[in-house]
Each structure stands twice: as structure tokens, then as C-alpha cells.
Design a protein around this ligand. Structure first.
Ligand code: SAM
Length: 245
């Protein structure tokens, strides 16, 4: 049997395409790509010629079986997405599971991921974090999602599209109250920017300046719960009274 290579590609800057990723794409039998046009551009840029099959959200089931069959027959497959690490809010997870269930060896060729890159420059606590991916487009599901993590003390990481950013910030402000947030935009690209502010500050800024480009939102976790200190007064008074008798 062949192997499945899970290959990270740049999130903007082509300089982040690793020599090992390049070598893996050169040496595999075929590439499973989220959008073959996007991957073809990358391959052309690096003068790699390789058969491509599309593997995306809507053909995961049938295409997954076809890819597995080819790997079992001896071919090596590299799975890539449009940008960043496959499987992270991107196709790949099902293919990895399918391969694992069928005894196919999986190999990771790590590359950048927007989530971890944004966290690293956020300036917010990094020791514990929770990746929340994209919020649903449906308001009720969005609010349920936000409510579910409201008390989470860990730093929260969200992906968001620019046209939804303003309403997402309003929803977060409603669900969490004001908190610190770092908005990492266009990482590794020409207009890379990290805005470190609060939810209210960000909402005000983007109401005036329509957001453009790709964003990761790094939101501070819930403040530690204030536990009421136990009230010993009565017990102390009673003890003193008894002692005085
Ligand atoms: N699998 C990818 C990864 O590991 O980075 C993420 C794919 S997800 C479909 C795309 C989202 O990632 C965007 O909507 C944005 O939130 C974030 N993203 C991707 N590239 C980015 C960049 N250069 N700067 C900031 N955010 C980025």
C-alpha cells in the first residue's frame, strides 16, 4: 500500500512553502486538492507536474473511497487545501480517518496554520487555548456557540470572513461582555496587521473602516470566577462568646 501525506501549504507568503512540502508533492503519485485551480497555480509556480483530483466538502464521500482505493493499490497521495494545514477548518479529516481505518500509513508534512500563527502574535495568553473555527451563519447557532464558550478561561480562536466580522463582533460583545481581542489580518501577506484592542474597540473601529482580507480573531478567555470567601464571622463570634462564658 502507498501512504497518505497531509501537506501544509502557505497561508499567503510563498516563502513559507517548505522544501519538504515541495519534495513531497514532487514525489507523490497524485495530489488530492480542495480547489484544483488554486493548487495548480502553486504547482506551476514551483514547476511541479502532478495529476490532481478534487477533494472538497461536497465530494468527500465518493472521492475519499476512490483515493483510498488508489492508495491501497500502491499509489502515494498528498492531500492539500487552498491555504494552510489540511483538516483545520478544511477538508482532510475524513480522508485521514478513512486511511487510518484501513491500515494506510499517514505522514504529516507540517506547514503554517492561520490559527496558531495568529495566536502566536496575539499577545494574549497562549498556554491554554481553544480553537473554535468558523461560527455558523445562522444567528441562533452562533449565539449558542458563543454562550457555550462564555465561561471558558482559555484563549479562544475563531476564523471569520470579512463581510461577517462586524456582526460577529457585536454578537461576541453581547455574549461575552467586553474583553480583549487581537484581530490578525492577512498574515504573511503585504497587508499583514495585528490589531490588539477590546471587543467594543474593534466593533467601533470596523463600523468605521469596512474590514478587508482574511481574519483570525483571538479572544481573551473568561476572567477567573470570583468565589465568595467563606464567611467565618458568625463562627468566630460564637467561639468568642463561648470562650467568655
Ligand atoms: N486550514 C487553514 C489553516 O490551517 O490556516 C484554514 C482554512 S479556513 C477555510 C480559512 C480561514 O483561515 C480564513 O477565513 C481566515 O479566517 C483564516 N486565514 C487563512 N489565511 C489567513 C491569513 N493569511 N491571515 C489571516 N487569516 C487567515
Amino acid at each position: 500500500s502507498g501512504k497518505l501525506y497531509v501537506v501544509g501549504t502557505p497561508i499567503g507568503n510563498l516563502g513559507d512553502f517548505s522544501p519538504r512540502a515541495l519534495e513531497t508533492l514532487q514525489n507523490c503519485s497524485f495530489i488530492a486538492a480542495e480547489d484544483t485551480r488554486v493548487t495548480l497555480k502553486l504547482l506551476n509556480r514551483f514547476e511541479i507536474k502532478k495529476p490532481l483530483v478534487s477533494y472538497y466538502e461536497h465530494n468527500i464521500r465518493e472521492r475519499g473511497q476512490e483515493i483510498l482505493a488508489r492508495i491501497l493499490a500502491g499509489e502515494d497521495c498528498a492531500v492539500v487545501t487552498d491555504a494552510g494545514m489540511p483538516c483545520i477548518s478544511d477538508p482532510g479529516e475524513d480522508l485521514v480517518r478513512l486511511c487510518a481505518e484501513n491500515g494506510v500509513e499517514t505522514v504529516v508534512v507540517p506547514g503554517p496554520s492561520a490559527a496558531v500563527s495568529a495566536l502566536a502574535v496575539s499577545g494574549l495568553p497562549t498556554a491554554r487555548f481553544s480553537f473554535e473555527g468558523f461560527l455558523s451563519v445562522k444567528r441562533t447557532s452562533r449565539m449558542e456557540h458563543l454562550e457555550a464558550v462564555r465561561e471558558d478561561p482559555r484563549t479562544l480562536i475563531f476564523y471569520e470572513a470579512p463581510h461577517k466580522l462586524v456582526s460577529t463582533l457585536a454578537d461576541m460583545l453581547e455574549a461575552f461582555g467586553d474583553r480583549r481581542i487581537a484581530l490578525a489580518r492577512e498574515l504573511t501577506k503585504v497587508h499583514e496587521e495585528v490589531r490588539r484592542t477590546t471587543l467594543a474597540g474593534a466593533a467601533a473601529h470596523y463600523a468605521e473602516n469596512p474590514p478587508r482580507g482574511e481574519f483570525v480573531l483571538i479572544v481573551e478567555g473568561a476572567p477567573p470566577k470570583k468565589t465568595e470567601p467563606p464567611d467565618f464571622r458568625e463562627a468566630v463570634e460564637l467561639t468568642l462568646e463561648l470562650a467568655a462564658q
